[in-house]
Design a protein around this ligand. Structure first.
Ligand code: SAH
Ligand code: SF4
Length: 357
């Protein structure tokens, strides 16, 4: 029999409390966490230094879920894209990016995992594949952590950088995402430094303030994609709920409380947000918040009308930011050849499944 509590959703002190409830000494928590996160056990029977009776008790009360690998796609530059199947059959995507110097301001020898936080997305940005199919559900903390564990076990690589830029809006799944971050960061968990964890949001202003009040020094990226309400309203429905000034003042609040520098992500979409005017205004917002800017040429999504600007236009936009002395980079796409933008692989696979059903 398998118990109902997903053991990898628990924090150390929570496991200790549960073990006390089972009349077990609290030092067992350390042993069990070692089995889960050091030795990567995926069954209680493997925990060979625990008494047989305890292993049976654990199996009665807890379960150890595991992600199924539905598909892996490798790209020419060795970016690896994973499509995982959850225990309820839903599909999510994660990406392993071997080096990301320009992307998140990290050193180039870092292995970055880009993880999903929801099945689908309710925010419906007009350029994004993740929202095309609507929203199904939030991921639980263990389903977020398991993406990193599954990538490590499939590749033998140690992940030392995590970005919440896969499918879904992390701040709309706040509690589970924070719980996952604690497990990723904990010495008994995956031991990934808080400064190497980046949460990306489309602009949920109240949750940005809530995140600012959390003690962990994680990084925050804002998906800006437009420097005026007019442009943002056109492509990001969230802007009608929290307009640009509401978003920027939540960012003011955030940087007043954190030592970390904020990042603006800005997808360049031809004839939508790539004008000189937008570049000048973006520079002003970046100056106000001492933010750096990552420019990302739009990744074409099948069925959507947008395209990326010419190479010249991209460089011009970048040069305007540089003229204003804003630290800015232009992503020379990694993984573009395997549809690395979030949500695209899942959508394609779902379409194929429907086509063959
Ligand atoms: N929901 C969060 C995090 C997931 S999206 C957010 O919006 O920030 C992660 C990043 O991928 C966002 O900056 C998003 O705008 C970007 N993105 C989505 N579709 C894209 C596409 N087709 N091409 C390039 N980037 C895309
Ligand atoms: Fe959701 Fe982010 Fe995609 Fe917008 S860009 S639909 S918030 S995943």
């Amino acid at each position: 029999m398998t118990g109902n509590i997903e053991i990898k959703s628990l924090l150390f002190n929570e496991l200790q409390t549960k073990l006390q409830g089972l009349a077990q000494p609290s030092y067992r928590a350390k042993q069990i966490m070692d089995w889960l996160y050091e030795k990567r056990a995926d069954g209680f029977e493997q925990m060979s230094d625990l008494p047989q009776a305890l292993r049976a008790q654990l199996a009665e009360n807890f379960r150890i879920d595991k992600l199924g690998v539905a598909r892996v796609l490798g790209s020419r530059d060795t970016t690896l894209k994973f499509l995982f199947r959850l225990s309820d059959g839903n599909l999510i995507e994660s990406v392993l990016i071997p080096a990301s110097p320009a992307l998140y301001g990290q050193k180039s020898d870092r292995r970055t995992a880009c993880v999903s936080t929801q099945v689908g997305c309710a925010y419906g940005c007009k350029f994004c594949a993740s929202g095309l199919d609507g929203f199904s559900r939030n991921l639980r903390a263990n389903e977020i952590v398991d993406q990193i564990i599954a990538i490590e076990s499939a590749t033998g690589e140690k992940i030392d950088n995590v970005v919440f830029m896969g499918m879904g809006e992390p701040l709309a799944n706040f509690d589970n995402v924070m719980r996952a971050i604690r497990i990723l960061n904990a010495p008994w968990g995956l031991g990934i430094g808080a400064r190497h964890i980046t949460v990306s949001t489309s602009g949920l202003a109240p949750q940005i303030r809530r995140l600012a009040d959390e003690p962990l020094q994680i990084r925050l990226a804002i998906s800006l994609h437009g420097a005026t309400d007019e442009v943002r309203n056109q492509i990001m429905p969230i802007n009608r709920r929290y307009n640009l000034e509401t978003l920027l003042s939540a960012c003011d609040y955030y940087i007043a409380r954190k030592k970390q520098r904020l990042t603006f992500e800005y997808i360049l979409i031809a004839d939508v947000n790539d004008t000189d005017d937008q570049a000048h205004l973006l520079a002003a917002h970046a100056r106000r918040l001492a933010a750096k800017v990552n420019l990302i040429p739009y990744n074409t999504v099948q069925g959507l009308p947008w395209s990326r600007p010419s190479h010249n236009r991209q460089e011009k936009f970048l040069s305007i930011l540089h003229r204003h002395a804003i630290p800015a980079t232009l992503r020379r796409e990694k993984g573009g050849d395997i549809d690395a933008a979030c949500g695209q692989l899942r959508l394609q696979t779902k379409r194929e499944e429907f086509a063959t059903a």
